[in-house]
Design a protein around this ligand. Sequence first.
Ligand code: ADP
Ligand code: ZN
Ligand code: ZN
Length: 682
Amino acid sequence: MRPDAGNGPLPARTSIKVQTVRYVEVAVGLPVQTTFHYSVPKQLQEQAAVGKRVRIPFRNRQLIGYIVGVVGRPEGFSVKPILEVLDQDPILGPDLVELTRWIGKKYLAGWGETIEAALPGPIRKGRLMMKSRSPEPAVEVSPSSPLPLNAEQKQALDSILAAVNRREHRVFLLHGVTGSGKTEVYLQAIQEILSQGKTSIVLVPEISLTPQTIERFQARFGAKTVAVLHSAMLESQRLQEWHRIRLGEAHVVVGARSAVFAPVQSLGLVVIDEEHEPSYKQEDAPRYHAREVAITRAKAFQAPVILGSATPAIETYYQATQRRIELLPLRSRIEEVPLPQVEIVDMRQEFGRGSRGKIFSRQLEETLAQTLTSRQQAILFLNRRGFSPFIHCRGCGQILRCKSCQVTLTYHMDTRSMVCHTCHSEQPAPEICPKCRSEYIRFQGIGTQRVESELARLFPQASIARMDTDSMKARGSHAKLLSAFRRHEIDVLVGTQMVAKGLDFPRVTLVGVISADTALNLPDFRSAERTFNLLTQVAGRAGRGALPGKVILQTYTPHHYGIVAAGRHDYLAFYQQEIEARRQCGLPPFTHLVQLTVRSLGENKALEYAKKIAQTLRRCLLSEVQILGPSPAPVHRVRRNYLWQLLLKSPEEVHLKEPLAAALREVSASRGCRLAIDVDPL
Ligand code: ADP
Ligand code: ZN
Ligand code: ZN
């Protein structure tokens, strides 16, 4: 066994045609940047092949590894033999072997770790493959046929199909508001790919993988042709879908982030809907972005990629202005439904009226009353769950915080508990202050539960429901609540960003945003972008039927460009101000970022290690790479661990990654400290 410099030049691999495989390169699912060499005993030489799982001796234990290469006789070191080959056929095709290698290098993650992110759970855990199966999706959907396209849709489809027919890898940005007919364009492009005998992958954010979305694809192509992959499915179902894709039974894959690794043959097209969604970035190692991975995967097949959004990521739109991505605009809504009228309410003025502590402005309260009187529906949005985000003791002035994370505890009224939204720990809400024993405990600030209870007080005759992760814990509760809302058994739906996406209810004529500022105040350079996107999405929930819609945005910063542009439904105005701000501050897309986070139970230990890394980096990296920190992470303590961060910033990607990987190899590990590397952090 010899570690191989994973980021250096890879060892020459002999052709796979070699009859007997004597030595192999194996990746293991550990956070290591290296691969390992093993010998193959004679009786396994016919079975061993790239893309198969093997059982290997590793230090003092046994592990499952993945053959990623066939190598020549190692010189100057001895190798151990593999113990078993687990698969008859490779579980990873050559394209996925190459793709996972690329991800490991791009995101400074382990190759084996990346391979494991690409495989379904049971396969990763070493379960053997079932030989034959006859999976039969049980759904019945009424078929739909292609609609005659409008001029802009047709132009978009023509551009995409031209690339398909030239077998050209191009990236398209289909930019249009919800209801502008993007999905219909995807469907017709996929239709053409199917008729050429090729496969398509459609990525959608987890939250929009609703039965309605899935049904649209099944209705057009038949349930058997469509495979669905998402995390709410049982592992066995997911595995079954994975097999259907592998065996070439399903030619269209619809799924969340990790569906980008679906084991398709001859990929013809990738669609990424709502391409700006942060959920496309994986939070744990390998910290890949599904958009970048999809583009790289499609390139290997010379297949085009369609990115769709009403509010493209700033980076994506910038690429379009640079003509590296082809912009396909859909400027109008199909049914000519006008976008809802937006009213921005300055809450500072509301305070002037002596309504401190009130949740609803006068405008919102009056419009709600009108909506209810005319038997229409409303959605109220607040991106903060719980009853109140601060538990404050007036006796000693303390705000109660989580003992292990130091973040403020949120009071939850339904369970009468205080919850840490970072580590999810929960304890009974105190009646007296744990510090000074005073009885004067106050719950401050607003969460969705408080909005719900205030609504019930103001409008006792209305039927109100709440949709957030607390109220939607049970499987199926989400769908149940939505269908009750559709049947108009609910008048007002209160919720977090769960209500922001994809809901299409014709009787909803009012959308109220309780506080447009919650995301603006986060210490993150993308906070304006997040706010604009979220407000645009929420606003799009109003007036989707024949009745005109109205949106009320309550804010303390009514002149912020993100809020003003959202009020006017003006993406370009927002983009132009935002890209200028990014240029001036030297932020992406004008620079590349890597964030390093050190975590340890000992505060000093974490800081010392972060300092040591910073020193090495300052010595090894070019001076144009800025190294900021170490500084405490925005959430400095998580589950008793202390977190310190370094941020690296470079105008050129090449000066960043490989030199960083090399520099990090020089820093020896520190006991009790863990280092997380996030390339292009969100
Ligand atoms: P988006 O994906 O941009 O939200 P959709 O593709 O879902 O838009 O289209 C919105 C609605 O308009 C859907 O009900 C869809 O069936 C319908 N639609 C789309 N394109 C056409 C068309 N060319 N003619 C008639 N109806 C269309
Ligand atoms: Zn107190
Ligand atoms: Zn906590």
